[in-house]
Design a binder for this molecule. Structure first.
Ligand SMILES: *[C@@H]1O[C@H](CO)[C@@H](O)[C@H](O)[C@H]1NC(C)=O
Ligand SMILES: *[C@@H]1O[C@H](CO)[C@@H](O)[C@H](O)[C@H]1NC(C)=O
Ligand SMILES: *[C@@H]1O[C@H](CO)[C@@H](O)[C@H](O)[C@H]1NC(C)=O
Ligand SMILES: *[C@@H]1O[C@H](CO)[C@@H](O)[C@H](O)[C@H]1NC(C)=O
Ligand SMILES: *[C@@H]1O[C@H](CO)[C@@H](O)[C@H](O)[C@H]1NC(C)=O
Length: 177
């Protein structure tokens, strides 16, 4: 009886370890090939989705892409709200217009990448996620090019981190070496 209990407990421990080993493994591999990607940021970002516990690299990339879309959609909403401000200067309005444009087209790219990953076409997804990851930088440049302080520095900084994670996971997924 005791032996069976010990075996059962060991099997349970192994099962529980394995169930989050894939997230841990994926984030470790990512940091090993790309030192710009923090292991902690990878784990804490992706674990908000419970499916990440048993996800392989392709599924982790999908989760990161969905989080990017969600984040971009949130940022896009903030931009829309700011555009409603009647007191903006001409150059602030122009810069926000450029941000509106880049986020709206990159949300579409992220959307296509999500479908690609769901249908097993990671090669197409990587190019789209590389393009998508440029939206926060494009938006910040729209302000700095006009010598304006950014109106959404915090949103752009967070969007930049999560979209880079999706991009770099996609690059790793496609890595044949
Ligand atoms: C890491 O970040 C630096 C600075 O942004 C960049 O030049 C470099 O290409 C990045 N490395 C990888 C592997 O993405
Ligand atoms: C990940 O798992 C899914 C579903 O089990 C499978 O279709 C896909 O081929 C796997 N991808 C990789 C890269 O292992
Ligand atoms: C956007 O991403 C950042 C970094 O992962 C996170 O802290 C923030 O909560 C996200 N916001 C939304 C609305 O997804
Ligand atoms: C509207 O824009 C002006 C100029 O940038 C700014 O001073 C003001 O705080 C903004 N109002 C709101 C409600 O965001
Ligand atoms: C913002 O982008 C949306 C979607 O592309 C577009 O319909 C809207 O006209 C844009 N708004 C401004 C002020 O540029």
């Amino acid at each position: 009886m005791k032996i069976i209990t010990v075996l059962f407990v060991s099997a349970l421990v192994l099962f529980l370890q394995n169930s989050s080993a894939s997230l841990d493994e994926g984030c470790k591999r990512l940091h090993a090939v790309n030192r710009n990607e923090s292991y902690e940021f990878c784990v804490t970002s992706l674990q908000v989705d419970p499916d990440s516990r048993t996800a392989n690299l392709s599924q982790l990339t999908l989760i990161a892409s969905k989080l990017t879309k969600k984040n971009y959609t949130h940022t896009f909403g903030v931009i829309q709200q700011l555009l409603g401000n009647q007191s903006l200067s001409h150059s602030q309005r122009e810069a926000l217009g450029a941000c509106n444009e880049t986020y709206s087209s990159e949300i579409e790219h992220a959307d296509i990448a999500i479908v690609d990953l769901e249908t097993g076409d990671p090669e197409d997804a990587v190019g789209l996620l590389q393009a998508a990851a440029r939206a926060p930088g494009n938006c910040e440049s729209a302000f700095s090019d006009r010598h304006e302080a950014s109106l959404i520095p915090g949103e752009d900084a967070l969007a930049s981190l999560i979209s880079a994670l999706a991009r770099d996971l996609a690059v790793l997924l496609n890595y044949k070496g």
